[in-house]
Design a protein around this ligand. Structure first.
Ligand SMILES: CCCCCCCCCCC/C=C/C(=O)SCCNC(=O)CCNC(=O)[C@H](O)C(C)(C)COP(=O)(O)OP(=O)(O)OC[C@H]1O[C@@H](n2cnc3c(N)ncnc32)[C@H](O)[C@@H]1OP(=O)(O)O
Length: 364
């Protein structure tokens, strides 16, 4: 259908806005700026904001994109927005047709390396230059990889990191690209994504092992309470600087950590951001066993290969009996944590902490 000959209705426009939220793949900053500028032009007309300062990089880029549309009529901007979303949806659909559903191979991932051999599916976080920080694409890809692993013929699944870090937690640049609906919409979508993401770990049916190759921060630590075993290099450290970031615990840690390590020890980590060595985390029960870094990979993979030879159905059923009676509770905790975090993301405490990190004023 040739849409340029048509006029997009308000309904088309609203549908397109909803479609944008459902895009599975990040369309990239250039396209997002285009979408932003067309949305603003379609709803408010020509750019009416004061020009941001040169150091306000994100708002300046948005202002430039909107201002560049000059006096483009609102109706044309609305039509262009609808056309852009439509082309975006079809190009992303056709790329997913190349590698459909759960058959996606390792090479289909941007942020992960996924391999399956010796009865083990290995999901390796693969943004080593960013310390394996989890950007929005990585959240989606991990969910995809977990769903595929739950159905493949491997006996166990392993999560690990590439490079010197296991993971530095949530990528703090996730906070920077604000959608047309503003920070409230961003926080709402973040909470939906987080709930679905953590839900995949709660529901994962096979033995899930963390091979913690180096320091772990934030959500990469909290999730460990949902793993079936956690093996760590003695180089690894564990910390959750939620209060420093004006945030609150997630990954069901507000429930699992007090049970695993006592309420007071959980408070030291989750409220005061105390960093644990691998040995300390093992003594607290968060880590199953610690290995010297020099022999870590060899020892752990030898052990995992032996585990993976055990009868898979027996392992799955035993996991079920250990974990299932907690599942409902964990989903409820997850929902509550996400709703509290949604509020925290809108707080000055959180926004200031993120700005400080991004402007290189602080590390955690
Ligand atoms: C409303 C928005 C919702 C969005 C979606 C929400 C999804 C759910 C969110 C769940 C909540 C999760 C919470 C957490 O995980 S809290 C923990 C967050 N992590 C941190 O605070 C760590 C921040 N990083 C650091 O403090 C240091 O980088 C670190 C100590 C980890 C390493 O220091 P080092 O000096 O060794 O290395 P660099 O700092 O030079 O790092 C190298 C490059 O990597 C970038 N980097 C590292 N970690 C992060 C990160 N977490 N986010 C973004 N970028 C990160 C760092 O900037 C360097 O980049 P450049 O080379 O480009 O400078």
């Amino acid at each position: 259908m040739n849409r340029t000959a048509m006029r997009a209705s308000q309904k088309d426009f609203e549908n397109a806005m909803n479609q944008v939220k459902l895009l599975k793949k990040d369309p990239g900053n250039e396209v997002k700026l285009k979408l932003y500028s067309l949305y603003k032009q379609a709803t408010e007309g020509p750019c009416n904001m004061p020009k941001p300062g040169v150091f306000d990089l994100i708002n300046k880029a948005k202002w430039d994109a909107w201002n560049a549309l000059g006096s483009l009529p609102k109706e044309t901007a609305r039509q262009n927005y609808v056309d852009l979303v439509s082309s975006l949806s079809s190009s992303l659909e056709s790329s997913s047709q190349v590698e459909p559903g759960t058959d996606r191979k390792s090479t289909g991932y941007e942020t992960l390396m996924v391999t399956s051999e010796d009865g083990i599916t290995k999901i390796m976080l693969n943004r080593p230059t960013k310390k394996n920080a989890l950007n929005v694409e990585m959240y989606h890809e991990i969910m995809h990889a977990l769903k595929a692993a739950s159905k493949d013929d491997s006996a166990i699944t392993v999560l690990t990191g590439n490079g010197d870090y296991y993971s530095s937690g949530n990528d703090l640049t996730n906070f920077t690209d604000i959608p047309p609906g503003g920070v409230e919409e961003k926080a709402k979508n973040g909470a939906i994504l987080l709930r679905e993401f953590v839900g995949c770990f709660i529901d994962f049916p096979k033995p899930l092992i963390a091979v913690v190759n180096g320091p772990a921060v934030g959500i990469s630590v909290t999730l460990l309470g949902l793993f079936d075993a956690v093996y760590a290099s003695d180089r690894a450290t564990f910390h959750t600087p939620f209060s420093h970031l004006g945030q609150s615990p997630e990954g069901c840690s507000s429930y699992t950590f007090p049970k695993i390590m006592s309420p007071a020890k959980a408070t030291e980590m989750l409220v005061f951001g105390k960093k644990l060595t691998a040995g300390e985390a093992c003594a607290q029960g968060l880590v199953t066993e610690v290995f010297p870094d020099s022999t870590f990979q060899k020892e752990v993979w030898t052990r995992l290969k032996a585990f993976a030879k055990l009868p898979p159905n027996a392992m799955r059923i035993s996991k079920e009996i250990i974990r299932n009676r907690e599942k409902e509770k964990l989903h409820a905790v997850n929902a509550e944590e996400c709703s509290v975090l949604q509020g925290r993301w809108l707080s000055d405490e959180c926004m200031n902490a993120v700005v400080n990190f991004l402007s290189r004023k602080s590390k955690l």
